[in-house]
Design a protein around this ligand. Structure first.
Ligand code: CP
Length: 371
């Protein structure tokens, strides 16, 4: 079963294939109007959303399919204590494909391990948001004409900003990428992204608190919102929320062909005066997101075979009895309070080996490093 849980689930060739399909949909929408006739998308949103949920729904309707689902946990049986695993098994009886957003990191992975239909991660906690990355990639590709050989600045909440983690994962596979990480010290990019992606792949990067100092170098500026809902302490949120506010004067030294992206919603990070600047591409990004989700639904439905997905019991079978096994099941405990294992007690705690030399294990669901 093909799912999209992490952007790395797709090769760069597959990402290019999705962009080619999205471009073809833009040029020839009429040829796609019945491609999903008789199919149902289930949108399971345990956390608020405007763009992701409604663009998935618009995408399915424009493909001739139907949509079922819920937009908040309180209107589902999760409010009565139903697990993500059981929800995925139940929805597999009603729909052909699932898009799931959940506040706990790893929840869509758990769904994919229990569903018999494809599962798409529509955002899991502060972890990943691969379909936003699809929107981001198509925007960069259409606006810049390439995905490599550029300097990309990420600004704002790089700690909890799941869209940043997914886009860095994707861009790191293209030639000639340089990354500038602009954030307050408290909201720096998590070390696992820095070490496992940027250092591991030899991607040059700078860390700074000074947006304007690096502005002249940037080809892409990716602004982000400070994620109030992820902060354990609201005083810290209030102190950090206005760290960066992009205004026209701050763009004076920027390249004339810079593109400004933002996954949205924006709160205060980009002043509305910037919207008039031709370099502001964040509303085009919204539209491109719908086309990429159409392409994604088509791809996953085409590749779907009704079969039972890998279960946790299967994973124990591939565990190797060596000093440094590839996978540890119920040996270590994940202590990340944002991990799905913190609320779904029946889940096995599974850790995978990510660095054999230093014997580093990370939680399968949220990628937290084993203590
Ligand atoms: N970019 C994004 O995920 O927006 P929503 O939270 O509105 O879906």
């Amino acid at each position: 079963m093909r799912n999209l849980i992490n952007i790395l689930d797709f090769s760069t060739e597959e990402l290019q294939g999705l962009m080619d399909t999205a471009n073809d949909i833009i040029d020839h929408p009429e040829t796609y109007r019945e491609r999903c006739k008789g199919k149902k998308l289930a949108t399971l949103f345990f956390e608020p959303s405007t763009r992701t949920r409604l663009s998935f729904e618009a995408a399915m309707y424009e493909l001739g399919g139907n949509v079922i689902g819920f937009s908040e946990a309180q209107s589902s049986s999760a409010a009565k204590g139903e697990s993500v695993a059981d929800t995925a098994k139940v929805i597999s009886c009603y729909a052909d494909i699932i898009a799931m957003r959940h506040p706990k990191e790893g929840a869509p992975l758990v769904a994919s391990m229990n569903a018999s239909i494809p599962v798409i991660n529509a955002g899991d906690g502060g972890h990943n948001h691969p379909t936003q990355t699809l929107a981001d990639l198509l925007t960069i590709y259409r606006e810049k004409g390439r995905l490599g050989n550029m300097t990309v600045g990420f600004c704002g909440d790089l700690k909890y900003g799941r869209t940043v983690h997914s886009l860095i994962n994707a861009l790191a596979r293209y030639e000639g990428i340089k990354i500038v990480l602009i954030s307050p010290d408290e909201l720096k990019l998590p070390s696992y992204v820095k070490k496992d992606i940027l250092k591991e792949r030899g991607i040059p990067y700078e860390q700074t608190t000074d947006l304007e100092a690096f502005m002249p170098e940037l080809d892409v500026l990716y602004m982000t919102r400070v994620q109030r809902e992820r902060f354990p302490n609201q005083d810290d949120y209030l102190r950090l929320k206005d760290s960066y506010i992009l205004t026209p004067d701050k763009l004076q030294n920027a390249k004339s062909d810079l593109i400004i992206l933002h996954p949205l919603p924006r709160v205060n990070e980009i002043s509305v005066e910037v919207d008039k600047d031709p370099r502001a591409c964040y509303f085009k990004q919204v539209l491109y997101g719908k086309y990429m989700r159409m392409a994604l639904i088509l791809k996953l439905l085409k590749e779907a075979q009704k079969s039972y997905a890998l279960s946790c019991d299967d994973i124990t079978v591939i565990e190797k009895k060596t000093d440094t096994p590839e996978c540890l099941v119920n040996v270590l405990h994940c202590n990340n309070p944002r991990c799905i294992t913190s609320t779904e007690r029946e889940l096995k705690h599974i850790f995978k080996l990510t660095d054999r030399e230093n014997r580093v294990y990370r939680c399968l669901y949220c990628e937290a490093k084993a203590e």
